[in-house]
Design a protein around this ligand. Structure first.
Ligand SMILES: O=C(O)c1ccccc1NCC(=O)[C@H](O)[C@H](O)COP(=O)(O)O
Length: 261
């Protein structure tokens, strides 16, 4: 079984357990559930940097990245640096994240926040809303076309933006549908961990212009972003490059200063 299949198998069990412990009504009655969301797609359309900076403690491909920081400091640092949005990994087993991380990030910043999770069930979208997310990720590699349609429509009904992630043309072709806001190309093959921004470049012309294009993973240089902008990308999801430093906010600020030069 590859890592993605393992993550999804665990996620199915986790979601069923959570449903038994925290009823939907509890999520719907939370204060944040009623909060208006902020659109990441809009922020990316109007923003110069387009950086979506991620909070990521560890990962299956890199093991530990940084376990010593608190999420509020990371979030505030990113916002002060001028990123367009933040991504918070909420998976515990493989990434060391949690829904509490999302809650603390939400309490610290006003910018759009993406719940970075392996979404397979509407329940997780209710959780995303209840814990303060503005955006959710759907991964085409683990969802049928009908599920993408159902989950993205449910997210839109909750006022959440939808970022749909693909890694090849087949995933892209099955995923193009109106209720998505952003189309992300993951430069990391989640089955082999191979990383190359060439896949973002290859798929760029096949993504219709009405979607905001986001390039995800393995981005560590300003030159890579300048290059990807030529292919129409407006969003750039960066995790490890900032999180591996002692001060991710400062690292993002230095990066954005170079982009502006
Ligand atoms: O990062 C991994 O190793 C990984 C493995 C399996 C599934 C997902 C994985 N990452 C999630 C992400 O999409 C990245 O955290 C995100 O795009 C940022 O990537 P990076 O800038 O390379 O940290």
């Amino acid at each position: 079984m590859n890592i993605l299949d393992k993550i999804i198998a665990d996620k199915r069990k986790e979601v069923e357990l959570k449903k038994a412990v925290v009823p939907v009504s509890q999520l719907e009655n939370s204060a944040l559930f009623k909060k208006e969301t902020i659109s990441l797609a809009e922020a990316l359309r109007s923003s110069k940097s387009g950086i979506i900076a991620e909070h990521k403690r560890r990962s299956p491909s890199k093991s530990v990245i940084n376990q010593d920081l608190n999420v509020q400091d990371v979030a505030t640092g990113y916002e002060n640096a001028g990123v367009s949005g933040m991504s918070v990994l909420t998976d515990g087993k493989y990434f060391g994240g949690s829904l509490e991380d999302l809650l603390y990030a939400r309490a610290s910043v006003k910018m759009p926040i993406l719940r970075k999770e392996f979404i397979i069930d509407e329940y997780q979208l209710l959780e995303a809303k209840a814990y303060g997310a503005d955006v959710i990720l759907l991964i085409a590699a683990v969802l049928e076309k009908a599920q993408i349609k159902q989950l993205s429509q449910f997210a839109k009904d909750l006022g959440l933006d939808v970022l749909l992630e693909v890694h090849n043309e087949e995933e892209l072709q099955k995923s193009i549908m109106p209720c998505l806001d952003m189309l992300g190309v993951n430069n990391r093959n989640l089955k082999t961990f191979e990383v190359s921004t060439d896949i973002s470049k290859e798929l760029s012309e096949k993504i219709p212009d009405d979607f905001v294009k986001v390039s995800e993973s393995g981005i560590s240089s300003v030159e890579a972003i300048k290059d990807l902008k030529k292919y129409g990308y407006q969003g750039f999801l960066i995790g490890e490059n900032f999180m591996k430093t002692d001060n991710p906010g400062q690292s993002a600020a230095d990066f954005i200063a170079q982009l502006d030069r």
